[in-house]
Structure formats: structure tokens, C-alpha cells
Design a protein around this ligand. Sequence first.
Ligand code: ADP
Ligand code: ZN
Length: 529
Amino acid sequence: MSPLQILSEVFGYDQFRGPQQAIVDHMVAGHDALVLMPTGGGKSLCYQIPAIARQQAGHGVTVVVSPLIALMHDQVGALHEAGVAAAFLNSTLSGDEAYQVEQRMLRGEITMLYAAPERLTTPRFLAQLESLFARGQLSMFAIDEAHCVSQWGHDFRPEYRALSVLHERFPGVPRMALTATADALTRDDILERLQLEDARAFVSSFDRPNIRYTIEEKRDSTLQLLRFIEREHEGDAGIVYCQSRRKVEDMAQTLVDAGINALPYHAGLDNKVRQKHQDRFLREDGIVMVATIAFGMGIDKPDVRFVAHLDMPKNIEGYYQETGRAGRDGLPAQAWMGYGLQDVVNQRRMIDESPAGEEFKQIMRGKLDALLGLAEATDCRRVRLLAYFGEDSAPCGNCDNCLHPPAIWDGTDAARKLLSTIYRIQQQSGMGFGAGHLMDIVRGKTTEKVTQHGHAALSTFGLGAAFSELQLRGVLRQLIAMGAVRVDAQAFNTLQLTEQSRAVLRGEVQVQLRESAADAGRKPKRSAR
Ligand code: ADP
Ligand code: ZN
């Protein structure tokens, strides 16, 4: 059968979507490919149809690598219903069941075999693949969720590393890697780790036009979230992400107290409870899942109307993957995030304190900075997001900044005052101090600590009295986001100057800030956009 016939007769669709046809043809012809397509874009057919076509042409079995057991089960079940000989090998099978599957595979009775990565790279399984390979009965490899191979990605799985053997042991067997999230760095890493440098890349647009993005400064984040849900998502299903298990539990309770149908989910909960909450979320209408990032991978609920982040994630890839769980049905949905100085400090600290090497930390800091840049942006969020994934676009008209262009003010002067104060404190006391103390000095507050260290004598003391603490916090956040101030986690979160500070001090770099609602009306300098 031709790919188009397979599409209609096996899967019941009459047309390929987007780049599917080109990808299918490329694979049927026996080449390698990297497929980047957003969630819901239709990646599965990109390997299922070539698998069927190639099997019919006498090439044997296609092996699909997937880390998600639930997804494997769903797909194999759906393929069975469509009359395709599919099976899976993972930890849920007994030894005997696994043996049966292997025997069927060796007899050539299976078109598509789904396998967990740690299974695939066992000597036993590799030997079986060798025997198929020797007989020309190993048709193709499809590596799903390929970003798991990259430690720069947000979901690194060491088992994926071992997949590089596929290329070495089975030369000439076409391979494809598929993922829904990968920035340029992760993409390069996938190509290198899986030795797919010569593969053709099929990159689809990552835009999710039905998702409206909003990022707000946190003031009273609980109240902000409640307001958001009550005003815009009453009775809707949604996901609220929090950083810690403790916060998940507290927030779930707070929402329940406010009359919202909320459930907690995190890795510390009993397995049965977790499963029950997940099932309820999937089956019942209008449940709000309050969760850590342990929740979501492989969960396919089409009518999630909002995803809220109460704490800032680590990077844009994580943010985009998590927000991408909203609105898979294509209907309007929202992604809301609250962020604050504390988030920035926490994330920095986690990087600084991680046992990883310096190169790794540098990359993580860069990724965090990109997310901070997105949060601080005064222009279209979508343009920024897509640009991060290498895509050009025009202002979207469906994000907070497009819908309500923020008033912006020039914080360059305030930034210079903060930086020169950090410099002077260091000169005078030979040590750094934290954000609160810095702002007290700049605003001219004679606190006990200021007196104790003689900081009222600094030439910058009180120079920024015209700024509110909120404004200075905003400026400081931006300076950290820009890398012009470093938070030293090893030394009580004290603030340090960096290479980049100099350009700001010299006035070569402008610091533009969004005017926060609480501060409207008391700007020294302001300009509406
Ligand atoms: P992904 O793995 O990229 O998240 P899926 O492969 O699960 O996406 O596909 C998402 C949905 O789109 C599925 O319900 C699938 O059946 C449907 N789909 C994929 N390709 C087509 C097509 N050509 N025509 C109609 N529906 C399609
Ligand atoms: Zn926009």
C-alpha cells in the first residue's frame, strides 16, 4: 500500500497534515531524520506509516523507543484496533510475556515494537536485533522524546545515551528522532549524541496560537492565582505548577478552601493516591491539578483550559513544554505565570549549588537568563518564545503585552545607582550584602544594619530616595536577568558585580522596565508605549 492508502485505510484520515507526507516519504525511502513538531502535531504517524510501508516491502520490524509506558500502552492498543501487529517490551511485562513478544519479533510477526530505552540496550535484546539485522529484517528505529538524550534538555534520561550504539551496531538501518521541545543547543546535542548529523531535519512551527500567554510580577501570588481562576476559568480544568511538594499541598488546600475542585500531585504522594488523582483529572470535568513538574509527561487531556506557574521554571523549554499542555483541542486556553525576585534568586542558587561542572552551570545560567528575559519582556511574548526556538514571527495579538501594552519606564539611572552602591559597599566593607540591605542604602533608610556597618556614609546613600522599593526590586531583577549582577549563593545570596556591570554603569546599556500597577503614578520618568 502507498503511504496515502495506509493513512486512509489503516488510520481513517484522508489527508496528511503539515510536513507528515514529506517525512513519511523520506523514511520510506530509507533515510535518517530529525523531526521537531509541537505536541499534538501528529508525530506518531510519521513513524507508524513508514513502519507499515517498509514492513510490507519486506524490511521487517520497526523498533520505537519511548520512555513513557502509558503512552506505549495507548499506542499499541490503538494500533491493534487498527489491525496493525504492534507490541511493547517494558517493565510491566512478566518474564514469560516478554519472552513471547521476543519470539514473535524474531519470527517476523511484529510490524512495530515499542521498547523502553533501558530494554533496548540490554545485551540480550541487542543480540536479537543482530540476528534480525543479519537477515535484513530490521527495518527502522524511531526514537521518540529524543530530547531525553540531552543533558541540556529539561528531561535528561541517562538510558538514552546508550542509544548511540544503534548507529554503530546497525549501520544503514534508517533512524528518526522525534521531539516536541528542543532549543538550538538541545537540537545539536541530539544530533551529536545519536550521531544523526547527516539526518534531514524537519522543523515545524512551534506556535500554539490558541494559548494566551500572561506573565505577572508576584505580589500576593495566592490572591493573584485565585483571581485568575475565579475571573477567567471558573469550572475549567487546569494545572497549577509549584516548585515544592510542600507548596503543592498548601496551594491545593487553599484552592479547595476557596471552593475550587483541586487535587495535589507530587512524587512524594503514595502511588495509589497519585494514580487516583491523575485518573480523576483525566476523567472528571473541571479539576484543577496542583502539581510539581512530576505531573504531565504523557498526559493527554485535550481540554485543559489553563496552565499556571506559581514559581518560575528552570528554562524556556520546561516552561513551553508545561504550558503546551493547555488547549490541545485547539480552543482558547491560557498560560499564566507569576514571578519575582525570589524566584530568580532561588533558581540561581539551585544552579550554583548543583554538583555539576562549571560548563554545565554556565549553560544552565544562560537558559535561566533567557527565561528571565521573557518574563521581563515588554514586547510580544510569543515573538520571544518562538525566537528562542529559532522561529521568526510578528506580534501575536494574543498575549498580555500585545493586548495591554505595558507602560514602560527607564530604569537606567536607578540601575547605575544600585550598581555603584554594590561597588562602594564592597570597597568599604570588603564583603557583599543582600538585596534588602542594598535597597535600604539606596533609598536612604537608616536601619540598624546600615548604622552598624557605617553605610550611611556611602556617597550613594539616599541617592535613590525617589524610587519605591518595588521599583528598585524590578531594576535589580533585570540586572540579574541581564547578568549585570550575580547572586552568590555560597555567601548568603550576596550581590556581586560582573563583567557586564560596567556597560550599565557607563550608560551604554539601557534598562527598560514595565511599570507595575502598584507603582503607577510615582515614576520619576515614564513614557507610555
Ligand atoms: P504528537 O505525538 O505529535 O503529540 P499525535 O501523533 O498524538 O501527536 O497526534 C495528535 C492527534 O492528531 C492524534 O489524535 C492523531 O490521531 C491526530 N492526527 C495526526 N495526524 C493526522 C492527520 N493527518 N489527519 C487527522 N488527524 C491526525
Ligand atoms: Zn503577543
